[in-house]
Design a protein around this ligand. Structure first.
Ligand SMILES: [Zn+2]
Length: 190
């Protein structure tokens, strides 16, 4: 397993991008979440955390990896119309739920509802990722959640193209590779 790999942000969905932090197959598998701090870094890169949390909450890495595994299982089974246990997702939903407050805003001369992160626990930090998953599983068209068609690529993405014909995690890598393979196969057949 190699380290120091930039996480791919190709899914068009926060939850799927999180699942994609472990990608590739066999000896070519890449792990983007190597330690607690890399989870914080990923959350910052994904834009759901505005400032680094130092030190990161204890157990963040372990929690993240277990959650990621469950999330992948939930997506795959939901696509197949099969049940799967959302234990960890429900735990994060419950323990990391943001706090809602009513606040007076002098500029607007009106009350407004504010949402704030409950604390700096792993569950609070992972809350946006889990919220994105819940939305994906309950509100989106699951056949449009796809796995890249390249045989050695397990990246998931949400196909938001108009034609719904997206087949690759990215055209630059898997798409072009598949095209080149098909071209070579065709030439050989001639
Ligand atoms: Zn791919």
């Amino acid at each position: 397993m190699s380290s120091e790999v930039a996480p791919p942000f190709v899914a068009g969905n926060l939850a799927l991008d999180f699942i994609n932090t472990l990608f590739g197959t066999g000896a070519d598998q890449h792990e983007c979440l190597e330690e607690d701090a890399s989870v914080v870094e990923w959350l910052c890169q994904a834009g759901v955390l505005t400032e680094a949390v130092t030190p990161p909450p204890a157990g963040l890495l372990q929690r993240s990896r277990a959650l990621r595994e469950e999330m992948r299982r939930l997506v795959i089974s939901a696509k197949d119309g099969r049940a799967a246990d959302p234990d960890l997702v429900n735990e994060v939903l419950e323990r990391g739920h943001p706090v809602e407050r009513l606040e007076w805003e002098p500029e607007k001369a009106a009350f407004s509802k504010k949402e704030e992160r409950r604390d700096l626990s792993a569950e609070s930090l992972l809350q946006p990722v889990v919220q994105a998953l819940v939305k994906l599983l309950t509100e989106e068209n699951l056949p449009l959640v796809k796995e890249c068609e390249a045989c050695d690529c397990v990246l998931l993405f949400h196909d938001q193209t108009k034609s719904h014909r997206r087949r690759w995690c990215s055209m630059a890598s898997c798409g072009n590779r598949a095209k080149a393979l098909a071209y070579r196969a065709k030439r050989k057949a001639k």
